[in-house]
Ligand binder design. Structure first.
Ligand code: GCO
Length: 391
């Protein structure tokens, strides 16, 4: 049976500067990739050379049928030293925004997607409250230069992942495992969202502003409710509460996380469960579960700003996204205001500590020649975008 989505539903794909641009040597991730103590399996290097190849990439997305493109600013290019702003770097992003408009794509701009300039991390990074002010100052400058062309804005991508993986689990920079630092980073990122939101709002342009959050289908088994609730409170709910009153909320989900009674941390995936190249459980049901919670707790219109799967068999991507979209449709049928879906990702790209191994792209990238080849899933999802219908 065919599913038709609401009129004006926004279909897009997403990327992040550091994962696709190449040569972003002035941020904390570049340092982390080159640190032999880090768990990184690759360096980002040239990534997808999207810094130079964005015109063809954006044209390809439009040809495929997409209506929107979500990408991020690289803070360390725009503000290479504290208070020193590069007009040439800002002009680069102006050209990217203009290129989206020329091709009929709504540009969705993320101001902070995981990477922080070297100077800001040398000054304490996210455990230093000043970093929140620094991000807001950057957002104010960037919006002055770009605001008239922005279609939608995300302040911070997954602040909950920046704090958890950087300051508690130690797999993202700065690689710390310290409960106090985790709490401080969470608080500073929450404040940074508010300040950045206001900074963007005070500039030119009139577009929706919100945050995006990494969410999962949290489940308790055999009496693990208290553990689950506790973890979900710091990992999700404090951010959902903070997003109340924003213009929209960006939900991003990939899998489910289960908690048992004895452990405050998630259970490892059991043998026999179907997993993806990220080691996540194959769980497209996470979209429906998290969108329902996000809508209930934020009261805001919802965009799925990321969802997808890292896999080598492209048929699995179509299977995964189909199930996710069916769940999204059940939410819409129940009256939840879901306005868009952005597949992660446009291109096979640099998946942080996992390097180039997981393949999240709708479009394959030859790592030697940078040649782009749309996968069957790119044509399939592009057709859904064109017709606003899943058949
Ligand atoms: C994130 C980021 C993306 C990832 C994606 C796949 O959500 O972690 O926004 O940068 O690449 O989620 O893991």
């Amino acid at each position: 049976m065919a599913i038709t989505f609401p009129d004006g539903f926004v279909w897009g794909t997403a990327t992040a500067a550091h994962q696709v641009e190449g040569a972003n040597w002035n941020n904390d991730w570049w340092m982390w990739e080159h640190n032999p103590e880090s768990p990184c399996v690759d360096v980002s290097g040239d990534a997808c050379d999207h810094f130079w190849r964005y015109p063809a990439d954006i044209a390809l997305l439009a040809d495929l049928g997409f209506k929107a493109y979500r990408f991020s600013l690289e803070w360390s290019r725009i503000e290479p030293e504290p208070g020193e702003f590069s007009i040439s770097a800002l002009d680069h992003y102006r050209r990217m925004l203009a290129s989206c408009h020329e091709h009929g794509l709504l540009p969705v701009l993320t101001y902070h997607h995981f990477t922080t300039p070297r100077w800001a991390v040398a000054d304490g990074g996210w455990v230093n409250p000043k970093t929140a002010e620094h991000l807001a100052r950057f957002a104010e400058h960037a919006t002055k230069h770009l605001g008239d062309l922005v279609g939608m804005a995300c302040t911070i991508n997954e602040p909950n992942v920046v704090s958890l993986l950087g300051y508690l689990l130690g797999t993202f920079p700065p690689g710390h495992s310290d409960g106090k630092e985790y709490t401080a980073a969470n608080d500073n990122l929450l404040r940074a969202h508010r300040l950045t939101y206001d900074a963007i709002k005070s500039g030119p342009g009139d577009f929706p502003v919100g945050m995006t959050l990494s969410m999962a289908d949290f489940q308790a088994i055999d009496g693990g409710e208290a553990n689950m609730e506790r973890a979900r409170r710091t990992m999700e709910d404090v951010f959902l509460d903070a997003a109340r009153g924003d213009d929209y909320f960006g939900a991003q989900m990939y899998t489910r996380i289960r908690f048992g009674p004895d452990s405050p941390v998630p259970l490892a995936n059991e043998a026999g469960l179907r997993t993806t190249l990220m080691g996540y459980e194959f769980w497209p049901q996470s979209l429906e579960a998290t969108v329902r919670r996000a809508a209930e707790l934020t009261g805001a219109p919802i965009y799925v700003t990321e969802n997808g799967i890292g896999c080598t068999d492209d048929a699995e991507r179509i299977e995964y996204v189909t199930a996710a979209l069916e769940g999204m449709n059940r939410c819409i049928e129940d009256g939840i205001d879901v306005r868009g879906y952005f597949c992660w990702s446009c291109l096979d790209n640099f998946e942080w500590a996992e390097g180039y191994v997981p393949r999240f792209g709708l479009i394959a990238v030859d790592r030697q020649t940078q040649e782009r080849t749309p996968k069957p899933s790119a044509h399939w999802l592009g057709q859904i975008a064109k017709t606003n219908t899943l058949s």
